[in-house]
Design a binder for this molecule. Structure first.
Ligand code: E4P
Length: 216
C-alpha cells in the first residue's frame, strides 16, 4: 500500500518525506486555503514546489464544475509537472472530464466519492485513483472502511485498474483497517502516519533496554 500525505503544508510534507515512506501528496482547496495560498499564480507555484519536494503523484484539484472548465483547468495543472494528478469531483461533468483526461494521457483522482456506484463510474471513466472519503462516511454514521472493502471486491471481480485511494483518514487505526480492506493507497494527515509508530510496550521496552545498556 502506498502512503500519500493529505496536506498542502510544506513543513509537514518534508517531515513525512524524511521518514522515507512517502509516495505522494494529495491536496484540496480547503487545505490550500488553510496554508494561505491565494490567487492562481500562487496556487500553481505551490503545486510546483510540492512536485519539486516529493517524487511521486501529487493531486491538484480543479475548482470548475463544467466539462470545458474542468478540462481547461486540468490541462493547466497537468502542465506544471509530469507527476501532477488532476483531482476531479464525482459529478456528471467530472465523469465526462475523467474520460477526456484518460483518453489524453493525463492522470486523474476522482474525489468526493461516497458510494460503490460512484466508484464504478470513476473506474469506467478510467480514473487513475478513486478517493472514497472514509472519515466523512464515519461522521455520518456509516462505515467508511466497509466501503473500501466493497470497492476492492468489485474492482477485483470486474478487473478495474483504478487504484483505491482511501481519503479522509482520521487516525492510525483507519490506515490499518484500509490496508486490511484492500486500499491501494492511504492519504493521511501527518499525525495519523506518526500514530502508527505508537505502542506503550515499545516505549516501556526501550526504556528498559536503555537502562540495562548502562550495565553492559
Ligand atoms: C482527499 O484527497 C481529501 O483531501 C481529504 O482526505 C479530505 O479529508 P477530510 O474529510 O479530513 O477533509
Amino acid at each position: 500500500m502506498k502512503f500519500f500525505i493529505d496536506t498542502a503544508n510544506l513543513a509537514q510534507i518534508k517531515e513525512a518525506k524524511e521518514l522515507g515512506i512517502l509516495d505522494g501528496v494529495t491536496t484540496n482547496p480547503s487545505l490550500m486555503a488553510k496554508e494561505g495560498i491565494k490567487g492562481q499564480d500562487a496556487v500553481l507555484q505551490h503545486y510546483k514546489t510540492i512536485c519539486e519536494t516529493v517524487d511521486g503523484d501529487i493531486s491538484a484539484e480543479v475548482i470548475s464544475t463544467d466539462f470545458a472548465g474542468i478540462v481547461e483547468e486540468g490541462k493547466k495543472l497537468a502542465a506544471i509537472h509530469p507527476n501532477i494528478v488532476v483531482k476531479v469531483p464525482m459529478i456528471k461533468d467530472g465523469v465526462k472530464a475523467l474520460k477526456w483526461f484518460t483518453d489524453n494521457g493525463i492522470k486523474t483522482n476522482c474525489t468526493l466519492v461516497f458510494s460503490a456506484g460512484q466508484a464504478i463510474l470513476a473506474a469506467k471513466a478510467g480514473a487513475t485513483y478513486v478517493s472514497p472519503f472514509i472519515g466523512r462516511i464515519d461522521d455520518s454514521s456509516w462505515d467508511g472502511v466497509e466501503l473500501i472493502a466493497q470497492i476492492a471486491q468489485i474492482y477485483s471481480i470486474q478487473g478495474f485498474e483504478t487504484e483505491i485511494l482511501a481519503a479522509s483518514i482520521r487516525n492510525a487505526l483507519h490506515i490499518v483497517k484500509c490496508a486490511e480492506a484492500g486500499a491501494d493507497v492511504c492519504t493521511c494527515p501527518l499525525d495519523s502516519i506518526l500514530g502508527l509508530l505508537k505502542h506503550p510496550l515499545t516505549d516501556i521496552g526501550l526504556a528498559k533496554f536503555l537502562e540495562d545498556a548502562k550495565k553492559m
